[in-house]
Design a protein around this ligand. Structure first.
Ligand SMILES: [Zn+2]
Length: 248
């Protein structure tokens, strides 16, 4: 029986001489793994199906009891060429895919829509770190790990906010802050962090124009994710290398 799912390729790996295994985040059926046969042969028409970031309606032959099915063909919706041709955007898009792999199955529907929007903005935007910060902030909210930014996380005082601590879980005021908890931030940086923490994907275009969003902005949100999920995303290492190359 041939079945169809809409999904995005999260990662791929070689399998046997001519085949590949693809991991797909589907719109309605969780994350699924498929075999793409003969894809490494020169004349394969399945190449786009076996590329990371491809968004398509995937057709596969379904056999009850099998854990891994074979993709037969795909109606391609988007291959995201811009994400493949820009090293920073490619790394961030790979990072997004890796984060998707850590998300619980019951949240994959929400995750799918978030990934579609994040890819669309990342392709079009000249501020990749604005997209990455918002993506990370949305993940934190989805996972119930969002920072407390309506006052000091310790005493709930709204005055004298001076720092952000992922270990404490959000803003800190001058009375609760200690130098061992991290650095102090100026009012503008604290406001930007609060805005980003509260925002949803639909606010992207407004947020994008606020400031120049940097790697450091993104890193703050990532620290919360890493600390509370206990997961380290592999592509962060490469992102750090890219960042140090650009700043040196
Ligand atoms: Zn306090």
């Amino acid at each position: 029986m041939i079945k169809k799912v809409e999904g995005i390729v999260l990662n791929t790996r070689d399998y046997r001489e001519h085949d590949m295994i693809v991991r797909i985040l589907t719109k309605e059926d969780g994350k699924q793994t498929f075999v793409v046969r003969g894809v490494k042969k020169v004349k394969s028409k399945q190449l786009a199906s076996a590329q990371i970031f491809t968004h398509a309606h995937f057709h596969f032959s379904y056999h009850k009891g099998q854990t891994m099915h074979t993709l037969t063909n795909a109606d391609i919706l988007q291959t995201h060429p811009i994400l493949r041709n820009d090293l920073l955007k490619q790394t961030l898009a790979t990072f997004f895919c890796e984060v998707c792999e850590t998300i619980e199955e019951e949240q994959v529907g929400e995750m799918f829509h978030l990934l579609v929007e994040a890819f669309t903005f990342l392709e079009a935007s000249e501020q990749p770190y604005a997209v990455a910060s918002l993506f990370m902030s949305c993940i934190l909210k989805m996972q119930g790990m969002q920072p407390y930014v309506d006052g000091c996380v310790r005493c709930h005082c709204k005055q004298g906010i001076c720092s952000i601590s992922w270990k404490e879980g959000g803003f800190l005021c001058q009375d609760c802050y200690h130098v061992s908890m991290g650095k102090c931030y100026d009012k503008e940086e604290l406001t930007l962090f609060r805005l980003m923490s509260k925002a949803q994907m639909e606010h992207f275009l407004t947020l994008e124009s606020y400031t120049h969003w940097s790697y450091e902005h993104f890193l703050l949100h990532y620290h919360f994710f890493e600390y509370y999920s206990g997961v380290t995303i592999k592509s962060m290492k490469f992102l750090q290398c890219l960042q140090s190359m650009n700043s040196s």
